[in-house]
Write a protein that binds this ligand. Structure first.
Ligand code: NAP
Length: 296
């Protein structure tokens, strides 16, 4: 294996510890405790696990953590009323509504009801527009984590060819905007892209956010490229359940210069960046300087 393994677990621990230091000084110097509210509607088991670990890590860095667990049949009116109350609660600096929502709730309507300044997921249409126009915004956590790891590895990303495979609103599109913001030459590939392997072969940076197990083989990767694998796919192999990414780790690691593993790559960075966004939102809300290195 030639590639350097980008250890997302260790990097996420560093980000959380930096967040923790800022929380400590916000409390000591300004008497402010950053607060994150997570809203979960229904009992989706995967969402329950995410919400539990978000709550635990929020508390661990010294922030206030509030969880609102609502019945699966909660009405849109009641959910919007809760969001309105959180928008107006000065002790809450970040609001996250766990997706997906049950089918009777309009996700766009609900997300756009969150105050953009407290939208720590970065999904509000105002934040999407701010990011797209290169202005200060709340940046979606998963692509922010990918960007941080790439910056750490490369220093400057300026002039590099980047290919993002996947064009979802939560990963692919914001990832492409962030890479563009760092002056990469960006291509967004998707299910209709022709000759995907040729497109990927040109890239100095490949970000795979597809949701198809081990779709990208090593012979698509340019020698020395950085490969960021966002995919989380549960498969059964040799009678055992296994988590794999969207790239074939073994063959890609032979050619890449650096690669994120699954698990232990992008995944841990997502919650770390949620905490980072909450501190950033808290500083902005209080007119204080934002911590360096915790946003785009
Ligand atoms: P998504 O909304 O399903 O989007 C998948 C994208 O992949 C779409 O744009 C789709 O193209 C494209 N695609 C599908 N098949 C393709 C193919 N054969 N060739 C090229 N492109 C193809 O997924 P997502 O929410 O972005 O998530 C992607 C993956 O990342 C999933 O495995 C998810 O679990 C994982 N994820 C991980 C984290 C984390 O914290 N690590 C966070 C979020 C997501 P079209 O638009 O043309 O359909």
């Amino acid at each position: 294996m030639g590639a350097q393994i980008i250890d997302g677990k260790a990097f996420a621990a560093k980000v959380r510890s930096k967040v923790g230091e800022h929380v400590t000084s916000l409390k000591a110097d300004h008497g402010i405790t950053p607060g994150l509210a997570v809203v979960l509607v229904g009992e989706d088991p995967a969402s329950q696990v995410y919400v539990r670990s978000k709550g635990k890590m929020t508390t661990e860095v010294g922030m206030k953590s509030v969880e609102h667990k609502l019945d699966v049949d909660t009405s849109e009116v009641d959910l919007l009323a809760l969001i309105d109350a959180l928008n107006n609660d000065d002790s809450i600096h970040g609001i996250l509504v766990q997706l997906p929502l049950p089918g009777h709730l309009d996700e766009d309507l609900v997300i756009n009801a969150i105050s953009p300044a407290k939208d720590v997921d970065g999904f509000h249409i105002s934040n999407v527009g701010l990011l797209g126009t290169g202005q200060k915004s709340m940046v979606p956590c998963t692509p922010l984590g990918c960007l941080m790891m790439l910056r750490e590895h490369h220093g400057s990303l300026s002039g590099l060819d980047a290919v993002v495979i996947g064009r979802s609103n939560i990963v692919g599109k914001p990832m492409a905007q962030l890479l563009l913001g760092d002056s990469c030459t960006v291509t967004i590939a998707h299910s209709r892209t022709k000759d995907l392997q040729d497109v990927v072969r040109r890239a100095d940076i490949v970000v795979a956010a597809v949701g198809r197990p081990e779709m990208v083989p090593g012979d698509w990767i340019k020698k020395g490229a950085s490969v960021i694998d966002v995919g989380i796919n549960r498969i059964e192999r040799d009678g055992k359940n296994k988590l794999v990414g969207d790239v074939d780790f073994a063959s890609c690691a032979e050619v890449a210069g650096a690669i994120t593993p699954v698990p232990g790559g992008v995944g841990p960075m997502t919650i770390a960046c949620l905490l980072a966004n909450t501190v950033t939102a808290c500083c902005r809300a209080n007119g204080l300087a934002e911590p360096e290195g915790l946003t785009a």
